[in-house]
Design a protein around this ligand. Structure first.
Ligand code: OSB
Ligand code: MG
Length: 368
């Protein structure tokens, strides 16, 4: 393959309801799509980050700069372009996994399309439907929370994840358990909001039969997570702390987690995501696919990953209607608690030009 065009599109889509976490509140998703045209096929990918570095140190304007000045020129200079060769070409550039994931994923999408192969097949999928959970933001009141959760349960989501932070933890969990019973698969995500001195308080969560507590402590605090894990019965899951298969192996060896949330954007793309999956499977650690409120462009690709055998827990991959009034692709619909894995070439979805046009605020060609 040879790259003919790399185009970056800044998009803004209003969320159907504000999404509040311990990192901040979002009322719209502002991100970038990367569109790559090669001599063989076109590919698309979606940036996992936000305009501000509140979840990850990467942010949209920084990633754009890294892509334009450092990544695209290196990749365009490759004489035999395949997705698997990108990591080597980009390795001299330190860090910036979300920017790297954006470029690698667009090329991977194009490569799969050029071979008329679904991304799911390329990655090693073993199922054609994926269990859908839903991530529920912090609300103003407990009543608002119960109403929101009730709506999602009625729609058939098979697992509820509550965002928590100090001051919004035991009480919302207790209220959801009281209202909806012990049968609901329930978990929480703190997005690094606690410290080890909160261990005694967090131990209160052990009473509620949670599936897992996601990322209670700081991103770089593997030791703290290992200590906390010894004090709690509820399994710990890591999100922000895991950037690579090596990180996953380290965290597991230290006893810092019993479950791993794999987010392709956070770990540099789908190829590293698959390596993390493989490390976890070899160690008997269940994984699930996390999300960054992706549009259909990124969600289709996450579905392909979540079809791998080690993804045994419900994923943060919800129907289009949970996020957007109109999605950039045909809408993903929840059916029996799951979403179907696209089976067309590449991501298996096409970007709808009219919808894309309505939500694109800027387009920039990156020279190749
Ligand atoms: O920590 O999992 C997270 C969204 C933005 C940033 C961080 C996280 C999330 C989610 C959303 O929980 C999950 C989804 O995309 O449905
Ligand atoms: Mg998380």
């Amino acid at each position: 393959m040879k790259i003919e065009l790399v185009e970056l599109l800044e998009v803004r889509l209003p969320l159907v309801r504000p999404f509040r976490t311990s990192c901040g509140i979002d009322t719209e998703r502002r991100t970038m799509l990367l569109h790559v045209v090669t001599d063989a096929a076109e590919g698309w990918a979606e940036f996992g980050g936000d305009p501000e570095p509140m979840y990850s140190p990467e942010f949209a304007a920084g990633a754009e700069r890294v892509l334009a000045d450092h990544l695209v020129p290196r990749v365009a200079a490759l004489d035999r372009l395949t997705a698997a060769r990108l990591a080597g070409a980009m390795a001299p550039v330190k860090g910036n996994p979300m920017a790297k994931a954006l470029l690698e994923t667009a090329i991977l999408d194009a490569e799969c399309r050029a071979h008329a192969m679904p991304l799911a097949t390329y990655l090693g999928a073993v199922r054609d439907r994926v269990a859908a959970g839903v991530s529920v933001g912090i609300t103003d009141t407990i009543a608002d929370l119960l109403e929101t959760v009730s709506g999602y349960l009625e729609q058939g989501y098979v697992r509820i994840k509550l965002k928590i932070e100090p001051g919004w933890d035991l009480e919302p969990v207790r209220a959801v358990r009281r209202e909806f019973g012990d049968e609901v698969a329930l978990q929480v995500d703190a997005n690094t909001a606690y410290s080890l001195t909160d261990a005694e308080h967090l131990r209160g969560l052990d009473d509620f039969g949670l599936v897992q507590i996601e990322q209670p402590l700081a991103e770089d605090d593997l030791r703290g997570h290992a200590e906390l894990a010894k004090l709690l019965r509820t399994p710990l899951c890591l999100d922000e702390s895991i950037h690579s298969a090596r990180d996953a192996a380290t965290a597991i060896a230290l006893g810092a987690c019993r479950i791993v949330n794999i987010k392709p954007s956070r770990v540099g793309g789908y190829l590293e995501a698959r390596r993390i999956h493989d490390v976890c499977v070899a160690q008997g650690i269940p994984v699930w696919c996390g999300g960054m409120l992706e549009t259909g462009v990124g969600r289709a690709q996450n579905l392909a990953l979540a079809a791998l055998p080690g993804f045994v827990l419900p994923n943060d991959i919800s129907a289009s209607s949970r996020y957007y009034a109109e999605d950039l692709t045909d809408a993903f619909r929840l059916d029996g608690g799951s979403l179907s894995v696209p089976d067309g070439p590449g991501s298996g979805v096409t970007v709808l030009p009219a919808v894309l046009g309505r939500h694109t605020v800027r387009t920039r060609k990156l020279s190749v």
